[in-house]
Design a protein around this ligand. Structure first.
Ligand code: PA5
Length: 470
């Protein structure tokens, strides 16, 4: 039996949500009370979420056959390649980066090959020309596998990368089909057509699964498996979290409670959601969360078509680093934030602080403790100081950072986001605001079918002479 199938392991690895510092008992009158969260708007949203859950694509975790296909592909790549490169953007990149950083050595690429176990790993999620040039300085395309990920198969950034890659491989006399894996929709979009024409290996993104909800699909699981992460444990963690989220009572369901608390804070003018993990391994989890929260909940219209213009702005921070950068603002600045910390009970390293400088008491007191104690004390102290200043904050604790807890965490945030969408009565799964920019780019670069848009843009007042300063 795998460890993640054992009830003792599952119980020991339960992630926890500590909301003490959200409540009036700790924060005073600016805090919440239980009745606030049991208000009809939150309870009704829970009922709606419960009714819709079976249709939400992210709740359908990948089946065994898909996991086996990914593992087989990954094993071959691990044997054959020196580097593995993901080309993708947004939901096709942030999950792979966050999970890699969480579950792999913090200097993974610098480790010697035998310690790494898998190929070096790069995620290229921008079209900055310097970055493309820099990548080509550090990889040998002949010894590299490229995973081009685009759900829609039409994102300009990713398709431009695919074009550059194709030409590069051809120019070097390399077989595109041997070096490129396409992860995309099975039917829609341009990448699937190209993949079929070139005979590329393909992995399919379920047609109803949006990018930012797709980490636990082939989008995120191939790169994880290539780097040696146990993807079955990660998926088991998500499934375990699903079993923990069965209650329809907001107070009993930690994802609904998370969503309700964020929404209640927003209703009271706390329109900024700070996500601050106290672990370098979780730093990019805050980036992944920021996209999930912003793109899902930032909406102009509700389901009835009324203009609501809602959303809570996510801000990424890192404990303890940003205590010396942003926490001053969080403690003393405007009452417009709710802070969520992520803490870790047991880090994967223990670093004692030796007894030194005993003649300087202000330094010597640290000796005999450990970095582990120091970071835990600073996490608690920051939350406490915020609460004392009347600023609500909460902490999600991971017993350890491992594939099982990360699977739980991803699923927890996805459910909290979908639930918050119900509270706001908006569609959390589309992104019409992103489409506007995409279409304007198509028009500027001359994509067929966008001629009218181009004319509209050419006619728009530019203001460049009037307002552009030297
Ligand atoms: O969450 C989303 O749907 C978006 O952020 C997409 O992931 C992003 O726009 C990239 O889209 P695609 O995967 O279709 O290239």
């Amino acid at each position: 039996m795998k460890r993640y199938e054992q009830p003792d392991f599952q119980q020991a690895m339960r992630i926890r949500l500590d909301v003490n510092h959200m409540m009036q008992e700790c924060v005073g009158e600016k805090g919440l009370c239980k009745a606030d969260l049991q208000a009809p708007c939150y309870q009704k949203a829970a009922e709606r979420a419960h009714a819709k859950r079976a249709q939400w694509a992210f709740c359908h975790l990948p089946e065994d056959a898909v996991l086996t296909q990914i593992e087989t592909m990954a094993a071959q790549i691990r044997r054959q390649c020196e580097a593995f490169v993901v080309f993708g953007i947004g939901g096709s990149a942030l999950g792979p980066m966050a999970v890699h950083q969480a579950l792999q050595h913090l200097h993974y690429n610098e480790l010697p090959a035998e310690k790494r176990g898998g190929p070096r790993f790069y995620v290229e999620d921008n079209v900055d020309p310097e970055r493309m040039a820099a990548l080509l300085d550090v990889i040998d395309p002949g010894k590299t596998c490229f995973n081009v990920i685009t759900k829609s198969g039409s994102t300009s950034e990713t398709m431009a990368q695919m074009m550059i890659l194709t030409r590069l491989l051809k120019d070097r006399g390399l077989d595109v089909a041997e070096h490129v894996i396409a992860t995309t929709d099975a039917e829609k979009g341009n990448l699937i057509q190209i993949a079929k024409r070139l005979g590329l290996r393909t992995l399919y993104v379920p047609s109803d699964l949006g990018g930012r909800f797709s980490e636990l699909s082939p989008v995120g699981l191939l790169s994880a498996a290539v780097c040696g992460i146990d993807i079955r444990e990660m998926v088991a963690g998500a499934a375990f979290m699903d079993t923990r989220l069965q209650s329809q009572d907001v107070w009993e369901n930690m994802a609904y409670l998370e969503g309700a608390m964020q929404m209640e804070c927003m209703r009271r003018g706390r329109n900024i959601a700070v996500m601050m993990p106290y672990a370098d391994s979780l730093k990019l989890m805050a980036d992944w969360y920021a996209q999930l929260w912003a793109e899902s909940l930032g909406k102009r219209y509700n389901w009835q078509g009324d203009v609501v213009a809602v959303g809570q702005t996510p801000v990424k921070a890192l404990g303890v680093t940003d205590q010396h950068s942003q926490v001053q603002l969080y403690v003393e600045g405007p009452d417009d934030k709710v802070v969520t910390f992520i803490g870790v009970d047991a880090y994967r390293a223990q670093v004692p602080i030796p007894l030194e400088y005993e003649q300087i008491p202000d330094v010597a007191f640290l000796g005999g403790h450990s970095l582990n104690e120091l970071i835990a004390a600073e996490l608690f102290a920051t939350g406490y100081a915020l609460a004392k200043a009347g600023k609500p904050n909460k902490t999600i604790f991971l017993p350890e950072v491992n594939a099982f807890t990360i699977g739980q965490l991803l699923y927890f945030f996805e459910m909290a986001t979908a639930y918050a969408g119900e509270v706001l009565d908006i569609n959390a799964f589309d992104q019409p605001g992103v489409e506007g920019g995409k279409q304007a780019t198509y028009a500027l670069l001359g994509k067929p079918g966008f001629e009218v848009k181009k004319q509209e843009m050419d006619a728009a007042p530019k203001g460049k002479d009037a307002y552009r300063l030297a």
